[in-house]
Design a binder for this molecule. Structure first.
Ligand SMILES: [Fe+2]
Length: 441
């Protein structure tokens, strides 16, 4: 379905927006007038410390019908949840891990919404010290009804794989389809509506916010271009209704009641906003002579850590492109990495694994865990004619790459029943090819 919502475009812009039903709702010349237009309340949402350098400082001003503080106390939600930050629950393993597609509740199944359908796969670090990441999947079949959620611990990068999402935020509405991503930053309240069984991946970061990677010698243009990011326009509803606000705080879910919709922001301005991006708009860069650039050239967004040049997490894609290298083994090379690599597949078939890495499934190659093309891929690529060819058409594989050493949750290791115990077998047929004194030239 075509996305007919309006958006503002750009990354890191100073945006401003007001709902067209209330022209003049945005105060001019100051943030906090004695009386705001239309009797609105002014509220600031800070995304960085007040004193962060100007180039990194993020905040937005919201002009709303009621300030967000008008709610009853938050109480813990004591229902069992698969949202899980207990990194010591499952026994660690340095093995290569792969999961079959995670089960989505069907149309006839009991209703599960986005929040109830959150399942944590792996992660590291913690929210109190604001260092770490978590990887989740959402598996749901129902829209959130008069319910909003907000993450006080970090930012969510959503990667829908099955089914479109209509995400209502305090800043307006975003429609996000598979092959698009959406970032909802810390503290932003949002509601997710779905249109049937829905599945997707989530990268959660605690360290910082996502930014565009530096381009260095690539120059001023390329990879994900700022103009292709889309931020919603102001939209409000004025409803007196029993509304539930769910807050994720210290990794636990809490709920509070209030008597009105939280989506009552009539106008806003600022640079701390939710946004979406269409992965087809990524401008791919790679070698045009021989060998490989490192996969960092495929970075869409990066969340920096305190260590220079080292990401807390990168969001990386392997999009459709031309492959033209001469005298080169073209699929990804065998490697061991000082970073953890979590991969998922939105659609199609990943180029380095010809079998059993399926859309809606995942793999995890942990720090220093060796991996690379399976035996069949190696055999094919070692003997194929090296003419220019399209690769990855009709597919979209992605990677969450992190400098943290990830622990797998008990659900992902056991209860999900999706861990592929035979994954290691895809490399076993790789034969010894060494012939002493043979000269390959
Ligand atoms: Fe890798």
């Amino acid at each position: 379905m075509k996305d007919e919502l309006k958006y503002l475009t750009g990354f890191d812009n100073e945006f401003s927006s007001e709902d067209e039903r209330c022209p003049g709702a945005l105060p001019i010349g100051q943030n906090n007038p004695q009386k705001c237009p239309y009797g609105l309340y002014a509220e600031q949402l800070s995304g960085t410390s007040f004193t962060a350098p100007r180039s990194r400082n993020k905040r937005s001003w919201l002009y709303r019908i009621k300030p967000s503080v008008v709610h009853e106390p938050f109480l813990p939600i004591d229902r069992p949840s698969n949202l899980d930050y207990k990194w010591d629950a499952a026994t660690p393993t340095p093995n290569q891990l792969r999961w079959k597609p995670f089960e989505v509740p069907g149309r006839q199944a009991a209703e599960i919404d986005f929040v109830d359908g959150l399942h944590t796969i792996c992660g590291a670090g913690e929210f109190r010290g604001r260092r770490g990441v978590a990887v989740h999947v959402y598996l749901c079949n129902a829209s959130m009804k008069d319910k909003a959620v907000c993450n006080s611990d970090g930012d969510f990068l959503l990667v829908p794989q099955l089914g479109a999402l209509l995400i209502t935020t305090e800043f307006g509405k975003i429609r996000c389809e598979p092959n698009e991503i959406c970032v909802i930053q810390q503290g932003m309240r949002f509601n997710v509506a779905v249109f049937g069984p829905s599945r997707g991946y989530i990268l959660e970061v605690f360290d910082d916010h996502f930014q565009l990677p530096e381009l260095g010698p690539i120059g001023a243009n390329g990879l994900a271009n700022p103009r292709d990011f889309q931020t919603p326009v102001a939209w409000y509803e004025d409803r007196r209704i029993d509304y539930k606000i769910v807050c994720k705080y210290h990794g636990k879910l809490f709920a509070a009641k209030q008597d009105h919709s939280p989506f009552d922001v009539v106008a806003w301005h600022g640079n701390y906003v939710p946004y979406k991006y269409d992965l087809d708009k990524f401008m791919v860069v790679n070698t045009v002579s021989f060998d490989h650039c490192d996969p960092s050239i495929f970075t869409v967004l990066t969340c920096p850590s305190a260590k220079p040049g080292t990401a807390a997490a990168d969001f990386v894609i392997f999009p459709p492109r031309w492959s033209v290298q001469e005298h080169t083994f073209r699929p990804p090379y065998y490697h061991r990495n000082c970073m953890s690599e979590f991969m998922g597949l939105i659609k199609g078939q990943y180029e380095a694994k010809e079998e059993n890495f399926q859309p809606g499934g995942a793999s995890l190659h942990s720090i220093m865990t060796p991996h690379g093309p399976d035996a069949r891929c190696f055999e094919t690529a070692s003997n194929s004619e090296l003419k220019p060819e399209r690769v990855a058409d009709g597919t979209q594989a992605f990677m969450f790459e992190t400098s943290y050493s990830l622990a797998v949750t008990e659900w992902a290791a056991n209860r999900s029943d999706k861990l592929d115990r035979d994954y290691y077998k895809c490399w076993q047929p790789l034969e010894k090819r060494f012939v002493r004194n043979a000269n390959p030239r």
